[in-house]
Design a protein around this ligand. Structure first.
Ligand code: ADP
Length: 531
């Protein structure tokens, strides 16, 4: 065998064997009941034995040993192919669902070929050539071995392709990963070993063969345990640590003098301690993260339930409120005959209180709709002044009831055509005016429309209410936020400003306030003007 570094092939074998054993052990221990995991673990171990056997058979031994090494290598190869077929049929299930007859045929044929491989019917003996190289002498039934390998390879490919095309998404993904692993392994074997050896007798890459098996074992192990990414991380830490341990341990045996041995032993022991600490800390961290994930999920579920409840309750409340509004307006319009002036006043109050409740309920409904992306917007172009006039007059009775000075001030010659959902603009303006009236006990509420600049129109509600401190201003447009001093005094949900902000942002606008405690507030929003 022509190798540049005689040590290299041994080191590669040791590293690959360590990785394969670790993968097998990890996959098996992650679910010892699963047939897929068992088959994989068994396959990983046999592949490693086969690699060790191949390595040994490339060394020069006596003919008696050589013939057994050759027989063992075909013995393992047959077993590996049989297991490949089984894995292709079973993965990723826990139970083997293959029909009994098929399973029995596979088992009996594989075992028969394996044991034939150990007899002199496949390889009789070895001839030692003049240059010391040993060449095997085929036995009577030699054809059985290639026949078995070709048949099982075809069966394996056939099952993989059939199952990949006919399975559901999850299974297909897993099988595809394994299939890619097998194909990559074969590709490297053919391109770097089979072709160079047959074309130019260059066998340099033969020593890398063990590495190529990692494509299969690595990707298959990944596909089997992929559903749990956390365990992949634990596994990666364990695998790397164990590989380092094995390499360091192997180095101990090849050290030449006692000083080197001592140093290597110390390094090995330190690495063992560090490795254990590392693995433990990764496990602890991952468990904590798992717990955190579970808690987050629980919170999300609770939030979802709360949203559903709000949405359902709001829906149920809206219908009777709309009916009340309808009946009151029928009475006010004289459908039930003349009504005294005093009753008219009470009914007007009842309407505005009912309107406030409708607004509250609408905000509750809007929150869940907008957060879940279910809110539909009907964009249209209209003059903002029309919206403002309508909303302003809706609040006239309420402002009068509180004896507030209530004024509308729309600058002359303004450009106020905006592109937005006009109904939603009514709601936003309504929220701001309703708040100003609700929180102002004496003084005035002035509704204004001003041209901020050529491209922006600004709506303002100026009140002489309590005002809001700058610490509270920053939190005002958040969900459910209500100013501390107002909680209990007035009814409200803390949703109006939040929902208004979300909607104004949808229309490419801005919303905000200027306020100082004791000096009243100016709540405003700005929208881009369109031609
Ligand atoms: P709600 O009025 O239902 O509580 P909003 O989101 O409309 O909810 O308002 C949030 C909080 O902002 C209110 O609870 C109130 O404390 C405060 N607020 C809103 N507008 C004014 C205003 N004009 N003057 C004083 N405080 C206000």
């Amino acid at each position: 065998m022509s190798v540049l570094f005689p040590q290299l092939s041994l080191w590669l074998l040791i590293i690959v064997a360590a990785i394969n054993f670790t993968l097998s052990a990890f996959v098996f221990s992650s679910n010892p009941k699963s047939s897929t995991n068992k088959i994989f673990a068994f396959l990983g171990v046999i592949i490693t034995f086969w690699l060790v056997n191949m390595y040994l058979s490339l060394q020069n031994y006596s003919p008696q040993i050589s013939i057994w090494l050759i027989r063992l290598s075909v013995f393992f190869a047959s077993g590996i192919n049989g297991l490949f077929v089984l894995l292709a049929n079973v993965m990723p299930d826990e139970k083997i669902s293959l029909k009994k007859e098929k399973l029995l045929t596979l088992l009996i044929s594989t075992l028969t070929v394996m044991f034939l491989c150990l007899s002199n019917l496949i390889f009789k003996t070895v001839n030692v050539g003049a240059n010391g190289g040993a060449s095997p002498v085929p036995g009577m039934l030699i054809f059985i071995f290639p026949l078995f390998i070709v048949t099982t390879s075809i069966a394996c490919f056939y099952v993989f392709i059939r199952r990949i095309s006919g399975s559901d998404e999850n299974v297909r993904k897993k099988l595809s990963v394994v299939f890619v692993g097998i194909l990559l392994m074969l590709l490297f074997v053919v391109v770097t070993i089979v072709i160079p050896v047959t074309v130019s007798q260059n066998s340099y890459f033969v020593q890398f063969f063990p590495l190529y098996t990692l494509f299969f074992t690595g990707l298959t192990a990944y596909a089997i345990i992929k559903h749990n990414l956390f365990s992949v991380k634990v596994f990666a830490t364990q695998a790397i640590t164990i590989v380092i341990w094995i390499v360091l341990l192997a180095k101990l045996f090849v050290t030449k003098n006692s000083y080197e041995f001592f140093l290597d032993a110390v390094v090995f022991l330190v690495m063992v301690v560090f490795g254990v600490v590392l693995i433990k800390s990764v496990i602890v961290e991952i468990e904590q993260r798992k717990k955190l994930e579970e808690l987050t999920q629980k919170l999300k579920d609770l939030d979802q339930q709360k949203n559903e409840f709000i949405s359902m309750a709001a829906h149920e409340l809206r219908a009777p409120m709309t009916a009340i509004k309808g009946y009151i307006s029928m009475i006010l319009e004289g459908d039930t005959g003349d009504i005294p002036e005093k009753a008219r006043g009470f009914l007007a109050d009842a309407t505005s209180i009912n309107d406030r409740m409708v607004r509250l309920v609408n905000n509750m409904l809007n929150v869940s709709r907008i957060e879940e992306g279910r809110m539909s917007f009907q964009f249209d172009t209209d003059e903002l002044s029309r919206v403002v006039r309508t909303v302003y007059s809706q609040f006239l009775p309420e402002a009068q009831r509180k004896s507030l000075e209530y004024k509308l001030d729309i600058s002359k010659e303004i450009k106020d055509r905006v592109y937005a959902d006009i109904d939603k603009l009514h709601e936003i303006a309504g929220n701001l005016i309703s708040n100003a009236i609700k929180y102002t006990e004496t003084g005035s509420v002035i509704v204004r429309l001003v041209q901020k600049d050529a491209g922006t129109i600004r709506f303002e509600v100026v009140d002489t209410g309590p005002g809001i401190s700058s610490e509270e201003q920053v939190k005002l447009f958040q969900k459910f936020y209500r100013v501390e001093s107002n909680v209990g005094k007035t009814t409200g949900t803390g949703l109006g400003l939040y929902i208004s902000r979300l909607m104004i942002e949808k229309f490419n606008g801005k919303i905000g306030l200027d306020s100082e405690p004791g000096k009243g507030s100016i709540f405003w929003f700005e929208l881009p003007v369109v031609a």
